[in-house]
Design a protein around this ligand. Structure first.
Ligand code: DGL
Length: 295
């Protein structure tokens, strides 16, 4: 009889549905894990909120996920990763993984040292300069461009069409005009932007040579896989953990033939969450549990 290793439970936190793009990548890279996703839909959007509020909400969400058994929490929201994670990391009861460092790593992997990269993100993420700092730590210069209209456009399902093209065109032109040196990569620093990736790639091709686009969702999933190699697909677990972080489960591979167990929590609008989920996650979700987070 074979003994099966216990499947790790990964908590995934976001301001709402956008973090489902990160969960989608996590499911791909960590088929041997189970997932508990919390969307703070009562406070969505985070992109325009204060650091104090976002830190309060994120702390409460981590507490909730850990109380339900999460042994690692992915802060899938770029704005929460930028504004709350640095102050919560040291005293967290479980390891926390943000999306900013992996996003910067993904850019650094494809451009030469000293290059300029363009980061598209929310107002809050850009104002925090978290990406600029993470890029500087990897020898890159970042031009940070807030794109506040992208989140509502994606939530409306307007991921294509002339209006979104025009808006993207304006943002990209403004960003390129602000850059001292031509950017050699574009980092999608917001959970919603991966849904605009084909459109952005087309628009950038009209303005410039095809600048490659990297996605912090994919980079974060790869990084998380290095921390939980037993739950990862071999190509992900073989990657080098960033900045010497220890792996959490250096044991035999989890038997991953079973479907991952997924559970979804939302702080408001559970029906809307369920309706929006397939767009971000690429699959239907059966139920969403409505919860209240205590500050
Ligand atoms: N999840 C947010 C982020 O990645 C986008 C949506 C919001 O503003 O809450 O920055």
């Amino acid at each position: 009889m074979t003994t099966q290793a216990k499947r790790p439970l990964i908590g995934v936190f976001d301001s709402g549905f956008g973090g489902l793009t990160v969960l989608r990548e996590l499911l791909h890279h960590l088929p041997g894990a189970d997932f508990l996703y919390l969307g703070d839909t009562a406070h969505l959007p985070y992109g325009s909120k204060s650091q104090a509020a976002i830190t309060r909400y994120t702390r409460a969400a981590i507490r909730e996920l850990v109380s339900r058994g999460a042994e690692l929490v992915v802060i899938a929201c770029n704005t929460a990763s930028a504004l709350a994670l640095p102050s919560l990391q040291d005293n967290a009861p479980v390891p926390l993984v943000g999306v900013v460092g992996p996003g910067a790593d993904a850019a650094a992997a494809i451009v030469p040292p000293g290059s300029t990269v363009l980061v598209l993100a929310t107002e809050g993420t850009c104002n925090s300069h978290a990406y600029a700092e993470a890029c500087a730590a990897r020898g890159l210069q970042a031009v940070e461009k807030p794109c506040p209209l992208f989140v509502p456009l994606v939530e409306e399902g307007w991921t294509d069409g002339p209006i979104t093209e025009q808006i993207a065109d304006v943002y990209l032109k403004e960003a390129l005009a602000a850059a001292l040196h031509p950017p050699l990569a574009i980092v999608l620093g917001c959970t919603h932007y991966p849904l605009l990736r084909p459109l952005l790639q087309r628009e950038i091709a009209k303005l410039d040579d095809n600048i490659p686009i990297v996605d912090s969702a994919e980079a974060t999933a790869r990084h998380t896989a290095t921390l939980l190699p037993s739950a990862a697909v071999p190509e992900s677990s073989g990657a080098t953990p960033a900045t010497g972080e220890p792996t959490l489960v250096p044991t035999a591979a989890v038997h991953s033939d079973a479907e991952p167990h997924l559970h979804f929590l939302a702080t408001d609008a559970a029906a809307k969450f369920q309706r929006f989920a397939p767009r971000f996650l690429g699959r239907e979700i059966p139920t969403v549990e409505l919860i209240t987070l205590e500050d």
